[in-house]
Write a protein that binds this ligand. Structure first.
Ligand code: ADP
Ligand code: MN
Length: 250
């Protein structure tokens, strides 16, 4: 029995449907022992009924399309063997919610997964359009799938934006609400972490920090500059300092 067969058998034993076998290839760096246990737990709780194709292979995580009943979900799997776990530790340490996290690579990545879940929940509760977080276990996060026919909405950088000035205002509004209501700074906001289909959706909130993080204001300023840099190609943008004052003063 080779790796692929073993993986297929283990997944089949869990009762998960594989939607596109070629797409869910065994990848030792993604579906390791820990990940299979987490997957098993989520399947057992009836939170995953099918695994589909790979949507994205990022620096720290892989995202797969999935289903729960007939509802599309995004399955984000943080790789245990990620190169970036040291940087993760620094974001965690400055955040009062997670500052007690010490220790191994695995523990840091589990905390990071929980942090993204909790950040998405706070943003969702504040009424910001983000994928609704559904569950997490170890290094796996399940959330609402933003897309159609198993295809994610395009990232803002490649989307056809109907009304750039209105979309720009909308995103600034989300940043204000994120700060004032959810009490968070995204800290990696750019045209890569916004999906667009008639309206913008904010994604990828693992690194988002609470306002008590010592670098919260610096992260916010970087986010503002990224958004202004992107939109200055399409419409007039507001002065960066003025935006900062509006958000910080809110
Ligand atoms: P990374 O940390 O690798 O940048 P992201 O959270 O930004 O991870 O997700 C990477 C890509 O996966 C996104 O650009 C998008 O195409 C897809 N994706 C992530 N979350 C979702 C979701 N909830 N619905 C649909 N697609 C998603
Ligand atoms: Mn991203």
């Amino acid at each position: 029995e080779d790796m692929q067969e073993k993986f297929d058998r283990e997944i089949a034993e869990m009762g998960v449907r594989i939607k596109d076998a070629d797409q869910v290839k065994v990848r030792g760096d993604v579906f390791d022992e820990v990940t299979l246990i987490a997957l098993y737990k989520l399947v057992h709780k009836k939170l995953i009924s099918a695994i589909g194709g790979s949507i994205s292979t990022g620096k720290e995580a892989n995202v797969f399309y999935g289903e729960e009943d007939d509802r599309g979900i995004a399955i984000k799997i943080y790789r245990i063997q990620t190169a970036n776990f040291k940087a993760m530790g620094e974001y965690l340490m400055g955040d009062r919610r997670f500052s007690s996290i010490r220790g191994s690579r695995k523990e840091i990545i589990f905390a990071w997964t929980k942090k993204e879940y909790s950040n998405l929940m706070r943003a969702h509760d504040a009424g910001i359009p983000v994928p609704e977080p559904l569950a997490f276990d170890r290094n796996i996060l399940l959330m609402e799938f933003l897309g159609e026919d198993e295809i994610p909405y395009p990232q803002l950088r490649v989307a056809e934006i109907d009304d750039p000035a209105a979309t720009y205002r909308e995103i600034l509004g989300y940043m204000k609400t994120l700060f004032a209501v959810a009490r968070l700074v995204h800290a990696d906001l750019s045209e890569y972490n916004i999906l667009y289909a008639e309206r913008p959706y904010i994604i990828d909130m693992g690194q988002a920090v609470g306002l008590d993080h010592p670098r919260a204001a610096a992260f916010l300023f970087r986010d503002v500059k990224n958004i202004n840099r992107f939109f200055s190609r399409y419409c007039d943008v507001q002065d960066e300092q003025e935006i900062m004052q509006e958000i910080l003063g809110a």
